[in-house]
Design a protein around this ligand. Structure first.
Ligand code: TYD
Ligand code: MG
Length: 457
């Protein structure tokens, strides 16, 4: 039988099959199997004569000398924070986000800042022409910067060029975006799984080999998945998501993986005509337009990475005219809302089964912490009873399935931030409140106690 020269690759999960199928057997997605050429065997690969002549490993002990990596700060504090204190030479970083969210703008600003700090900065655009990028740079007032610019999509050419850079100078390169890059050694259109994988691999290897910090841009698909770039997440050192609601002026850069720093760290930016501007005190922004006297609002003392951030959670509970009431959630996990509604029903005797429920995090932040449960419940109860929460109060605590209020991490840090912003009171879990707290606390053991505060006994 002739040797197969192509196979079918699922564009959603990367699974391979020898035959085409309408549905991927691994992830169950429809119409994702695309024919791609099989990689050609490489001389010196497994089984060849060269392979038997390999070197042995040289194991060492743990107590040897350690070379501390010198980080390069970009001068954009929020970006440095998310990176864990600056760029590490040789690091491969994937920045993903919706098209149009501001990735190219952020990166050209970052490169200009780095160039200003004596780093050789290279920007390769596969999406825009040199003129378009220049135009953007002019608009952002960066035309005086020494960033080197090229428009190209051939990874081999890019690598051959970057390979020749002097190694004694720190360098950073941005590849915008991986979906437009093409590897000559492979068939298949740019953006397919095998192209993305091969291009990514070569760029990452170059970064390690030459000590260049490599920033790779990846667009997410409509479903919020980084098809193709998903595979890169495992290969790179750092994965940053750039997120934000389209209508909002705020953008959040979130570290979801970082070999050189903490994850879940966020950087907050506001979008202006002059590009992205860092927001040093996000709590003040997220609480900016709040009206304390209105019902249906609770301030959650959250934690994003190592930084406490206060955000307003808004709820609207209204009588429903529909057979199946509406549940609309923005900025939170809708499963979390369902759970809290179920606990209110089963453990507190309060059913919202015939009400529409809308839930929103003000300012466009996305909250992933279960510690927001109690604040969600407080906003719901406040809207339902049309009674505002006591003034200057923050709420935090996780709600368990049996209706208990569970402890949250770093309560003191969260309450300190609240006190700094003028809050004087807090609804908190009863466990873990032994020490002196920066604000007056109202410890709660069960969710039912919060319900009683609103509806009375
Ligand atoms: P862009 O950086 O091109 O997004 P991406 O690379 O993620 O696709 O930004 C999209 C548009 O928004 C672009 O026309 C410029 C504009 N924009 C601003 O005007 N100000 C800003 O601060 C940002 C981030 C973008
Ligand atoms: Mg772009």
């Amino acid at each position: 039988m002739a040797k197969a020269t192509s196979h079918y690759v699922c564009q959603a999960c990367g699974a391979t099959a020898s035959k085409w199928a309408g549905r991927c057997e691994t992830c169950g997605e429809w119409n994702t199997m695309v024919e791609e050429a099989l990689p050609q065997p490489v001389a010196g690969g497994r089984g060849s004569a060269l392979a038997s002549a390999r070197r042995g490993l040289n194991f060492v002990t743990l107590d040897g000398p350690v070379e501390v990596v010198a980080r390069r700060t970009c001068g954009i504090g929020e970006l440095d924070r998310v990176l864990g204190g600056g760029l590490v030479p040789g690091a491969a970083i994937l920045i993903s986000g919706d098209p149009g969210i501001g990735k190219s703008t952020l990166l050209i600003q970052a490169l200009a800042a780095l160039a200003g700090h004596g780093v050789d900065a290279y920007y390769v655009s596969g999406e825009e022409s040199v003129d378009q990028v220049r135009l953007r740079a002019h608009r952002l007032g960066l035309d005086g910067s020494s960033v080197r610019l090229a428009a190209d999509t051939s990874v081999r050419d890019i690598i051959a060029t970057l390979e020749k850079l002097p190694t004694d100078r720190p360098a950073v390169a941005v590849i915008d975006s991986i979906q437009t890059m093409r590897h000559d050694g492979l068939d298949g259109a740019p953006g397919t799984v095998s192209q993305v994988r091969a291009c990514g691999q070569e760029l990452i290897q170059l970064a390690k080999r030459r000590g260049i910090a490599m920033i790779i841009v990846g667009h997410v698909t409509k479903e919020g998945q980084i098809a193709g770039p998903r595979l890169l997440e495992h290969m790179v050192d750092t994965v940053l998501h750039f997120e934000g609601e389209r209508g909002h002026a705020y953008r959040i850069l979130r570290a979801v993986k970082n070999r050189f720093g903490a994850t879940d760290e966020i950087g907050v930016f506001s979008m202006t005509d002059l590009g992205l501007v860092e927001v040093e005190n996000p709590s003040a922004i997220f609480l900016g337009d709040r009206d304390e006297k209105v019902s249906g609002s609770a301030v959650f003392a959250g934690l994003e990475g190592t930084r406490p951030v206060l955000v307003e959670i808004q709820a609207l509970v209204a009588a429903s005219a529909l057979g199946t009431p509406r549940r609309t959630v923005v900025g939170l996990d809708s499963g979390r809302l369902s759970m809290i509604l179920a606990v209110l029903d089963a453990r507190c005797g309060l059913s919202l089964g015939s009400n529409d429920v809308y839930l929103n995090v003000a300012g466009g932040l996305r909250i992933l912490e279960p510690a927001a449960d109690l604040a969600i419940a407080a906003a719901l109860l406040s809207s339902l009873t049309d009674r505002a929460l006591p003034k200057e109060t923050v709420v935090l605590g996780e709600v368990g399935l049996s209706g208990e209020v569970r402890a949250v991490s770093q309560m003191e840090a969260r309450l300190k931030e609240a006190a700094k912003l003028g809050f004087t009171r807090a609804f908190v879990p009863a466990s873990g409140t032994g020490r002196q707290m920066p604000v007056d606390i109202r410890p709660l053991k069960r969710l039912a106690e919060l319900v009683e505060l609103f509806v009375g006994v």
